[in-house]
Design a protein around this ligand. Structure first.
Ligand code: HEM
Length: 529
C-alpha cells in the first residue's frame, strides 16, 4: 500500500502502528509465557546454581558422604562455600554452613526454608503423621505445632500442686536425679563399676512420661526398656543422608537397618497407642492429668470450633504425643551421657564445678531450676558440651517451600536442605581452637558471667520456624540433672578403664558405652530439704 507508512490518525498508517504495537505486546506476552514455562529447577537469568563437587552418574556423591557425613560436608564446604549443592543418588541436596548463612536462610528467609522433604524413612515415623518429620508445613502443621508447644508448657512450667518445687518439671527431674544418685551408689557397692547410660535413659524417659502420661516406670520395666534401649535403630536410619531416602532402588533391596527401623517405629506407635487408650478409658474432663488428657480434651472440644485444634483432623491431635515423647528422651539422655564423658576425662573441670556448687548452693539444700543464673562455670560447661559434641550434627532435613534466592544462588522449590550445625560449632572463624574442650571460652574475663553473644553462637536446637519446641525444657533438664548428680557425687573411670569418645554418626552422634564408671559420695547425706 503506497504511502501507507505516513499519515494522520485514522489513516492506514495509524492502523499499521497499532498492529505493530499489538504484535509487540503479543511477542512480550509470549516471551513471558515462555519464561514461565522454564523447566522446573532451571536457573533464571542473572542467578547461579550453588557450586558443589561433581558426582558419579546414578550414585552422585554418596560414596564421599557415606561415613561421618557431617565431617565430609564440612570439608567440602571449605572448598565450595556456605551454600553448596551435592547429589545423593540423582537427587540434589543443598548444604548450608556458616552461622550467618544459616541465620539468613532459617530466620530472615524462614518461610522459604521451613518445609520438610518427603523422605522414604519419614513415612514410617508415627505412621507418616509426625509433626517433626512429615512433609506437611502448612496450616495444619502450624496449628499442631502451636498445640504441642502450649501442652508442653502447661505440664512443665505449671506450679506443682503437691510439692515445694517451683514447677512440675523441677519436681519430676529432682525426683529422678535423686533416684539416680541412690542407684549409682548402690551399683558401686554391689558391682564396683557400672555403665550409666542404661539408667540415665530410663530416668530421662520417666520425666517425659510424667509430663505426657502422668506415669513413672521402674528401671526394670521391660516394656519401657525395650523402647528406650533400641533408639539407635531409629537414629541410624533417620540420620541426614541415609541413601535409601534418596536412591529409590535401595528400598527394594533387603536392609537389616531398615527392617529394625520399621519394627522400632511400629513398637513405638503401639506403646503410645496403649497409653492413649488407657487415658480415654479413665478420662475425666474435670481432672486433666497430663499432656495426653489435654490433647484428648482438645479433640472433644473440636466441635466448639473456635480454638486452634478446630483446624486439625482429630487423629492428628492425640498423636502429637508421639513427637513429644520421641524427641524428649533420646536427645536429653545423649546430652547427659556426653556430659559424664567430658567430666571423667577432664577431672579438673569437674573439680571446678564441684567448687562452684559448694560455694553457691552448699550441701544442705537441693539444687533448683532458679539456681541456673547463679552457676556461670556450670552453665559454661553445658554450653561447651553442646558445642564440642554437637551431638545433633544436622537439624532434621528442611526443604524449600518455593523458588528462592540465597546469597545470590537460585534454589528451586522442594529442594532438600541439610543444615550443618556441627560445622558452625567447629568453625575456626567463630571459635579459637574449636577442637579443644574449654568451658572458659564462654566466660567473661573475671569468670562471673556467661557471655551471651558467644552462647548464642552455639547451634544445637536449630533456628527459625522449625526451631526445637522443647529447647527450654531440655536446657532446664540437663542443668538440673547434672547439678543434682554433681552436688552429691564425683564421677571417675576405674583404673585401666577405657573411655572411647569417638562419635558414631547418626541422627544424633553417640559414643561407645563405657562400662567402667565409678562414683564417690562427696559427703554424707543428712536432713536435706
Ligand atoms: C538436648 C535436647 C534437645 C536437642 C539438642 C534438640 C534439638 C532439636 C533440633 C536440632 C530440632 C530440629 C530443628 C530443625 O529442623 O531445624 C528439633 C526439633 C524438635 N524438637 Fe528438639 N531437641 C531437644 C529436646 C527436645 C525435647 C525435650 C522436646 C520435647 C519434649 C523436643 C521436641 C522437638 C520437636 C517437636 C521438634 C520438631 C519441631 C518441628 O519440626 O516443627 N526436643 N530439636
Amino acid at each position: 500500500m503506497p504511502g501507507a507508512a505516513v499519515g494522520p490518525a485514522g489513516s492506514p498508517g495509524a492502523v499499521w502502528a497499532s498492529e505493530a504495537l499489538l504484535a509487540a505486546a503479543a511477542f512480550c506476552l509470549l516471551l513471558l509465557a515462555l519464561q514461565r514455562l522454564r523447566p522446573p529447577g532451571a536457573v533464571p537469568e542473572g542467578l547461579r546454581r550453588p557450586p558443589g563437587p561433581r558426582g558419579f552418574p546414578v550414585l552422585g556423591n554418596v560414596l564421599e558422604l557415606r561415613r561421618d557425613t557431617h565431617l565430609a560436608l564440612t570439608r567440602l564446604g571449605r572448598r565450595y562455600g556456605d551454600v553448596m549443592e551435592v547429589r545423593i543418588g540423582t537427587r540434589p541436596v543443598l548444604v548450608l554452613s556458616g552461622l550467618d548463612t544459616i541465620r539468613q536462610a532459617l530466620v530472615r528467609q524462614g518461610d522459604d526454608f521451613m518445609g520438610r522433604p518427603d523422605l522414604y524413612s519419614s513415612r514410617f515415623v508415627a505412621d507418616g503423621q509426625s509433626l517433626t518429620f512429615s512433609p506437611d508445613s502448612g496450616e495444619v502443621w502450624k496449628a499442631r505445632r502451636k498445640l504441642a508447644q502450649s501442652a508442653l508448657k502447661s505440664f512443665s512450667i505449671a506450679p506443682s500442686p503437691t510439692s515445694s518445687c517451683s514447677c512440675l518439671l523441677e519436681e519430676h527431674v529432682s525426683k529422678e536425679a535423686e533416684y539416680l544418685v541412690t542407684k549409682f551408689l548402690q551399683l558401686m557397692e554391689e558391682e564396683k563399676s557400672f555403665e550409666p547410660c542404661r539408667y540415665l535413659v530410663v530416668s530421662v524417659a520417666n520425666v517425659i512420661c510424667a509430663i505426657c502420661f502422668g506415669k513413672r516406670y521402674e528401671h526394670e520395666d521391660q516394656e519401657l526398656l525395650r523402647l528406650v534401649n533400641s533408639s539407635e535403630k531409629f537414629t541410624d536410619v533417620a540420620a541426614a543422608g541415609n541413601p535409601a531416602d534418596f536412591i529409590p532402588l535401595l528400598r527394594y533391596l533387603p536392609s537389616r537397618s531398615m527392617k529394625l527401623f520399621i519394627d522400632f517405629n511400629r513398637y513405638f506407635v503401639g506403646f503410645l497407642q496403649r497409653r492413649v487408650k488407657e487415658h480415654y478409658e479413665t478420662y475425666d474432663e474435670n481432672n486433666i492429668r497430663d499432656i495426653t488428657d489435654s490433647l484428648i480434651e482438645q479433640c472433644l472440644d473440636k466441635k466448639l470450633g473456635a480454638n486452634t485444634a478446630a483446624q486439625i483432623p482429630k487423629e492428628k491431635i492425640v498423636n502429637l504425643v508421639n513427637d513429644l515423647f520421641g524427641a524428649g528422651f533420646d536427645t536429653v539422655t545423649t546430652a547427659l551421657s556426653w556430659s559424664l564423658m567430658y567430666l571423667v576425662t577432664n577431672p579438673n573441670i569437674q573439680k571446678k564445678i564441684h567448687e562452684e556448687l559448694d560455694r553457691t548452693i552448699g550441701r544442705e539444700r537441693r539444687p533448683r531450676l532458679s539456681d541456673r543464673g547463679t552457676l556461670p562455670y556450670t552453665e559454661a560447661f553445658i554450653l561447651e558440651m553442646f558445642r564440642h559434641s554437637s551431638f545433633l550434627p544436622f537439624t532434621i532435613p528442611h526443604s524449600t517451600t518455593k523458588d528462592t534466592v540465597l546469597n545470590g544462588y537460585f534454589i528451586p522449590k522442594d529442594r532438600c536442605v541439610f543444615v550443618n550445625q556441627w560445622q558452625v560449632n567447629h568453625d575456626e572463624k567463630l571459635w579459637k581452637d574449636p577442637e579443644t574442650f574449654n568451658p572458659e571460652r564462654f566466660l567473661s574475663a573475671d569468670g562471673t558471667r556467661v557471655n551471651k553473644e558467644d552462647a548464642e553462637k552455639v547451634l544445637v536446637f536449630g533456628l527459625g520456624r522449625r526451631r526445637c519446641i522443647g529447647e527450654n525444657i531440655a536446657r532446664s533438664q540437663v542443668f538440673l540433672f547434672l547439678v543434682t548428680l554433681l552436688q552429691q557425687l564425683e564421677f571417675s573411670v576405674c583404673e585401666g578403664g577405657r573411655v572411647d569418645m569417638t562419635p558414631l554418626y547418626g541422627l544424633s552422634l553417640k559414643h561407645k558405652r563405657c562400662e567402667h564408671f565409678q562414683v564417690r559420695q562427696r559427703f554424707p547425706v543428712k536432713g536435706r530439704s
